[in-house]
Write a protein that binds this ligand. Structure first.
Ligand code: C5P
Length: 222
């Protein structure tokens, strides 16, 4: 199969990263989690007391950050300036602030540039919110993966409980709704389905079923 780029966009908690990782593994492609990049700069902003509404100081901060996405023994690792922050970027504080950081034009321009460089040689599965519309508008395959808010919150709730973390389903539902709203209503590259993306509603589907559909679509395009 030729080394194409596959874009997977969709709202929070639709299962994009799990699916994207599995598709990448099957094709021996590189998985690129662009949400982790926005989370990394958000984590650093919170740590260094940079206001998430202050675009100029945020871009100044981002220019000082070398963000590396790596796969170590099948696990996705994210490093900033050589420090592993894989766990830290999943915290509640980062999750609830990241959409404010991701609103800024300057931040998005720099991220898009970095993400396009990562995809230059093809052979990537990239997930995010604006991959099909802004980062890789010429991607050979674009997927828009959705699921109902109830289902997305339920999956996240079960995941947290299974890891022994406390979780409240209603709070989660509200947080997911809020993040979707900010991501969809922002001025720059809002979350939306690219006109040539194929929409998959995973509400009543299993992960392997979604992966199989994407793999067969990829095979059709080889
Ligand atoms: O994918 P994940 O939920 O980790 O993304 C975290 C946040 O990063 C999103 O809610 C969104 O605000 C931002 N994001 C974005 N564009 C992307 C990927 C993520 O704005 N391509």
């Amino acid at each position: 199969m030729k080394n194409m780029n596959i874009a997977i966009d969709g709202p929070a908690g639709a299962g994009k990263s799990t699916v994207a990782k599995m598709v990448a593994d099957q094709l021996s492609y590189v998985y690129i989690d662009t949400g982790a990049m926005y989370r990394a700069v958000t984590y650093e902003a919170l740590k260094q007391n940079v206001d998430v509404n202050d675009g100029l100081n945020l871009i100044h901060l981002l220019h000082q950050l070398k963000i590396d996405l790596m796969n170590q023994e099948g696990k996705q690792i994210i490093q900033v300036n050589g420090v592993n922050i894989t766990e830290e970027i999943r915290s509640k504080a980062v999750t609830n602030q990241v959409s404010y950081v991701a609103k800024h034009l300057e931040i998005r321009e720099e991220m898009v540039k970095r993400q396009q460089e990562l995809a230059e040689g093809g052979g990537t599965v990239m997930d995010g919110r604006d991959i099909g519309t802004a980062v890789l508008p010429f991607a050979e395959l674009k997927i828009f993966l959705t699921a109902s808010v109830d289902e997305r919150a339920k999956r996240r709730h079960e995941e947290l409980l299974s890891k022994g973390h406390p979780s409240d389903l209603n709070i989660l539902k509200n947080e997911i709704r809020k993040r979707d709203q900010i991501d969809s209503e922002r001025e720059v590259a809002p979350l939306k389905k690219a006109t040539d993306a194929i929409e998959i509603d995973s509400t009543k589907m299993t992960i392997p079923e979604v992966v199989e559909i994407i793999l067969s679509l990829a095979r059709e395009r080889k």
